[in-house]
Write a protein that binds this ligand. Structure first.
Ligand SMILES: C[S@@+](CC[C@H](N)C(=O)[O-])C[C@H]1O[C@@H](n2cnc3c(N)ncnc32)[C@H](O)[C@@H]1O
Length: 240
């Protein structure tokens, strides 16, 4: 780990984020519709899912609604407060407290069909992102899927009033209060790190506000440009 992993929160921040997470405008009208569309075709009742940076579990909840059995879910997160919350909410799931930068990930006893990483990879440097992707690639079944979502790099740069190519740590306002950070990687960085780790990029999405969100009072702050970058990746067959 190179010290750029800056996604660590106090218990108070963790609770504030968790309070905000499922009711947030961006989740309800931008991220969730996109993520659902990306992963839904690949889910069956036998799907083994791995959610990286699971927090209090809003992605786990979405996966469960889409038919993933709780007992087939692994959730990884480094924050003790959020890990406790996720364990209470999903007692049959396997919630593991660990750093995404520490590989191999502990406690994963099955091969994974579908991995998700929503709004967590922005905390990782390029080297740490590579470590994480390679580990997920190792844990996935051949042909398995990974869906990721990060704050759109253009939006981060715009909010931080910075330069797209600086690739420096960016500090931006957090919609749940205070500030949050992003390691400042570009779109091509994400794509190239994924390809180098053994993934094919199957789809990219820069989701707009889903139709029913346009009348919401918060729509204006999310409508002028792309706010999230979502990617669906498939593990290549390394034996080829
Ligand atoms: C913005 S929250 C997103 C949580 C969840 N994926 C969601 O969509 O609600 C980021 C989460 O990533 C976790 N996190 C940040 N850096 C991490 C790391 N290096 N290893 C494990 N978890 C990390 C935080 O503790 C937090 O729960």
């Amino acid at each position: 780990m190179d010290g750029q992993n800056i996604g660590r929160w106090s218990a108070e921040e963790a609770i504030r984020y968790d309070d905000f997470a499922t009711r947030s405008f961006s989740w309800r009208y931008i991220e969730k519709p996109s993520l659902r569309t990306l992963v839904k075709p690949y889910i069956t009742t036998k799907t083994v899912a791995l959610d990286l940076g699971c927090g209090g579990g809003r992605i786990i909840s979405m996966l469960r609604d889409l038919g993933v059995a709780e007992k087939f879910v692994y959730g990884l997160d480094s924050n003790p407060t959020l890990v406790d919350l996720a364990r209470k909410r999903f007692p049959d799931a396997n919630i593991i407290r660990t750093e995404l930068t520490n590989t191999p990930y502990p406690g994963i006893t099955r091969s994974v069909d579908l991995a998700t990483a929503h709004l967590v990879l922005q905390y990782l440097s390029a080297d740490d992102l590579s470590t994480c992707f390679k580990e997920v690639r190792r844990l996935l079944k051949p042909g398995g899927w990974m869906a990721i979502g990060v704050p759109h790099p253009m939006r981060v740069i715009e909010q931080a009033e910075s330069c797209y190519f600086s690739r420096k740590l960016q500090v931006v306002r957090a919609p749940w209060g205070g500030v949050t950070t992003s390691s400042g990687l570009t779109i091509s960085d994400h794509v190239n790190v994924a390809i180098a780790a053994g993934f094919n990029i199957v789809r990219m999405d820069e989701p707009e506000i889903a139709e029913h969100g346009n009348l919401h009072r918060e729509a204006a702050s999310y409508s002028s440009g792309p706010t999230r970058l979502m990617m669906l990746m498939q593990a290549t067959d390394l034996r080829r």
